[in-house]
Design a binder for this molecule. Structure first.
Ligand code: GUN
Ligand code: ZN
Length: 424
């Protein structure tokens, strides 16, 4: 039987970085018809109720029905080390991250964290993530198994590292190729799951490993490839030492076949003009991780890049300091303010939904509310706390009503989440 969700409905018909708030479509008393996992119709509540008298009605009152949030760059294995104090990237990796990732040699631990992680993000309205696993193949099985059990669309891949990581957390060029290929063949395209070829970043991969993964990507061109790019200045200096023959950081990927459409680079803060031009020519995606970039002290992403490139938004758990895409939108706003630009709420919301979907080349399935799209929805209470309610009470427009929830909201604002057409 079909379900009919009633409330305010927010969707996008264009890109707010190009056409401004006219890109958004808002129905103040709207409805979304869901059947067999997909959105079948969107319109005025009265019209859809009359047209579908047999549908089961879920009246969310003044709550806002949106596409579920899409977190385009996370490390689910870092769930337990969120908020680890006092270090910048390289020391943070060595002190906190690598010891925790070692624990994923135990498949039971990987399963426990994968399930916990997905429940944490669902409670915050996130219905899709693109995650790094660890070097252990079972850590990929764990996140895909947990996603399958929850009916979620999830992107993930085995993190590959064959140098500059501790014993026990290193593979080789050949084993990274073999393991990634086996996992890809096992999971890619099964249910709602997509395998992502995942070299961690140039400092932890030899050129041979990058080349092997470049070959795998050529053999499976419909996959995404994710990695990190130009996050901190110390990291860039290290890449320069490790790859003396490379023109810049991006070149370490480019020369090994790891730059083209479908490449998804996290952070991308300290880009040279050549790198920006090549990313644009190649049609690559970038992912802005604002809470992480502040927490680890990395820098301020240039949102101007969103006018020319696919840009998504992400928490970067656990370098990021939150599991929430609302908090992440707030941080994106603050970072842009520090660069002299005020992002419009329509731009922030778009980044967390359509923008991230586009960065993952999944905008045909998820990230928006339109007939035919998969029914992953977040129902947001725009008056979830007294502090938010008193600010929202003065609103004269949707954007004024929404912005207090963007800046101050948390999991209490998530009234309901629908995954694949089913309420959680
Ligand atoms: N660069 C390489 N690995 C990582 C990681 O796990 N987190 C972040 N923020 N940056 C990285
Ligand atoms: Zn990361």
């Amino acid at each position: 039987m079909a379900d009919l969700l009633l409330g305010q409905v927010l969707s996008f018909t264009g890109d707010p970085f190009v056409i401004g708030e006219a890109a958004a479509q808002h129905l103040s008393r709207g409805a979304v018809l869901v059947d067999q996992g997909r959105i079948r119709a969107v319109g005025q509540a009265g019209d859809l109720r009359a047209a579908h008298p047999g549908a089961s009605v879920h009246d969310y009152g003044d709550c806002l029905i949106s596409a579920g949030f899409i977190d385009a760059h996370v490390h689910y294995p870092q769930t337990a080390i969120i908020a680890s104090w006092g270090k910048r990237l390289i020391d943070w990796l060595n002190l906190y991250t690598f010891p925790e990732e070692m624990r994923f040699a135990d498949p039971a631990y990987a399963e426990e964290i994968a399930g916990r992680y997905l429940d944490l993000v669902l409670a915050r309205g996130t219905t899709t993530v693109c995650s790094y696993a660890t070097i252990h193949p079972a850590s990929v099985d764990a996140i895909f198994g947990a996603a399958q059990a929850r009916g979620m669309r999830v992107f993930a891949g085995k993190t590959c590292m064959d140098r500059n990581a501790p014993e026990g957390l290193r593979d080789s060029a050949q084993s990274a190729y073999n393991d990634s290929k086996a996992l890809l063949e096992k999971w890619h395209g099964r249910d709602r799951l997509s395998y992502v070829i995942t070299p961690r970043f140039s400092p932890t991969s030899t050129p041979e490993q990058l080349a092997a993964l470049g070959s795998l990507w050529r053999e499976h061109p419909d996959c995404l490839m994710q990695t990190h790019l130009s996050e901190q200045t110390d990291e860039i200096a290290w890449v320069k030492d490790l790859f003396p023959q490379s023109r810049d950081y991006l070149d370490t990927y480019e020369t090994q076949g790891l730059l083209r459409e479908g490449a998804v680079y996290g952070h991308a803060i300290w880009l040279t003009d050549r790198e920006k031009a090549r990313l644009r020519e190649a049609g690559a995606s970038l992912v802005h991780c604002p809470t992480s970039n502040m927490f680890i002290g990395s820098g301020l992403f240039d949102m101007g890049l969103a006018r020319h490139l696919r840009v998504g938004l992400a928490t970067d758990t656990g370098g990021g300091s939150s599991f929430s895409m609302l908090r992440t939108m707030a941080a994106a706003y603050e970072v842009a303010q520090l660069r002299g630009e005020a992002l419009h709420p329509a731009q922030l919301w778009w980044l967390a939904t359509v923008g991230s979907a586009r960065a993952l080349h999944a905008e045909g399935q998820i990230g928006n509310i339109a007939p035919g799209m998969e029914a992953d929805l977040a129902v947001i209470d725009l008056t979830s706390t007294p502090a938010i309610a008193q600010a929202a009470a003065r609103a004269e427009t949707l954007w004024q009503a929404l912005f207090p929830t963007v800046m101050v909201g948390d999991d209490r604002a998530i009234r309901a989440v629908w995954v694949g057409g089913r309420p959680r």
